[in-house]
Design a protein around this ligand. Structure first.
Ligand SMILES: *Cc1c(COP(=O)(O)O)cnc(C)c1O
Length: 382
């Protein structure tokens, strides 16, 4: 247990990930009796006036925060990012009759998306960012993507959580000669920066990286993309059905929507560097990422291997360099981190090393504490 008034440990988990402490405190305070209703949010009918007010506020706050245009529908679903890898093609691949889907592969998550979409569509890999060793450390330039004129949609993952590769700008498919809508998996950087909706047809993401507990999946879809589901698509996953029922076709993940709504409120009022709301959280994310990448780049012991132009602001994989990269030194680093209250820094099992996920809820002080530890560790072992 922590001594009174000490801060909680800093949690660098890639997901489910840290939530803002203010939100957790509010959830705790409202747990037994939400706003005098005599009920926990978990115990409310999803069709009662209390929960409807919670869901409507969450949706309105998200729309305002991300500046989602009126012709987009916001859906609260279940199944996570992985289920969307099937739900998206089941809803969109039938549009236009070609059955074609073009996929941009830039890391582990988009690879999985492509493999799943093959079960429902004629998938072409428009570009693959892997280098000769099979690692994803850079983004293929959009001018070189192979895009088919009749594709039903083009898919990409705008932030690769495992590889630490992020699109700093979404491609303008129209300028590349494509008429297809762009689908983005923004699971791991949703609400960390603005979205250019003029370039997007559909965005999806699991909540557990940046906006709430696992179990809630967010889908933001342009209205003209509704109503094209394949006959095999389950009704509960047909975007048109879900949209018409205002995400209440079946019981939605009510508690997840409630917590996400509190996170949206927290974000709307977030202040940093003279800014408010999304601009403020984005600036703090930029500052946190810059501090960490600069430290790694100046280190003789640690390194990040992603090209500078596409380094993720959210997920920073790092490794011990060359001869230092032994299991003993990796373990010593992680054990020392835990002792300092720096949690869940182990890298994904597919790439090894370390990974610091520094989502919206991570304060600047958490990254400063990590940087101090990196320097201390280097002083002792470098
Ligand atoms: C975590 C993650 C997923 C998978 O989400 P689940 O909720 O586990 O299905 C998909 N895409 C990205 C980019 C992710 O970070």
């Amino acid at each position: 247990m922590n001594p009174p008034n000490a801060h909680r440990p800093y949690n660098f988990s890639a997901g489910p990930a840290a939530l803002p402490e203010e939100v957790l405190s509010q959830v705790s305070a409202e747990m037994l009796d939400w706003h005098g209703s005599g009920m926990s949010v978990m115990e409310m009918s999803h069709r009662g006036k209390e929960f409807i007010s919670i869901a409507e506020a969450a949706e309105a706050d998200l729309r305002e925060l991300l500046q989602v245009p009126a012709q987009f529908r916001i859906l609260f679903m279940q199944g996570g990012g992985l289920a969307e890898n099937a739900i998206v093609p089941m809803n969109l691949a039938g549009r236009g009759g070609s059955g074609q889907v073009d996929m941009v592969v830039t890391g582990s998550w988009s690879s999985k998306s492509a493999a799943e979409a093959r079960r429902y569509a004629d998938v072409q890999i428009a570009a693959n960012g892997a280098n000769a060793q099979g690692h994803y450390q850079s983004l293929p330039a959009p001018q070189n993507w192979r895009l088919r004129p009749d594709a039903a949609y083009v898919h990409l993952c705008s932030n690769e959580t495992i590889d630490g590769v992020e699109f700093q700008e979404l491609p303008d498919l129209q300028a590349l000669g494509s008429r297809a809508p762009l689908v983005i998996d923004f699971s791991s950087h949703v609400a960390s920066r603005p979205v250019d909706w003029s370039r997007v047809g559909l965005a999806f993401g699991g909540a557990q990286k940046n906006i709430g507990p696992a179990g809630l999946t967010l889908v933001i879809v342009r209205e003209d993309l509704l109503g094209h589901a394949l006959p095999i698509c389950p009704s509960a996953f047909d975007y048109k059905t879900v949209a018409e029922a205002h995400s209440m076709y079946n019981t939605p993940p009510t508690f997840g929507i409630y917590v996400a709504g509190l996170v949206f409120q927290w974000l709307k009022h977030f202040r940093y560097a003279g800014l408010t709301g999304l601009a403020a959280i984005e600036q703090r994310n930029i500052d946190k990422a810059r501090l960490l990448y600069e430290t790694l780049d100046q280190s003789a012991l640690f390194e990040n291997r992603v090209a500078a132009h596409c380094r993720s602001r959210m997920n920073v994989p790092f490794f011990l360099r060359g001869e230092y990269d032994t299991p003993q030194l990796n373990d010593a680093f992680l054990a020392g981190a835990r002792e300092r209250g720096l949690l869940q820094l182990k890298g994904h099992k597919s790439v090894g090393g370390m990974r610091a996920s520094i989502y919206n809820a991570m304060p600047l002080e958490g990254v400063q504490a990590l940087v101090a530890y990196l320097k201390d560790f280097e002083a002792h072992h470098g």
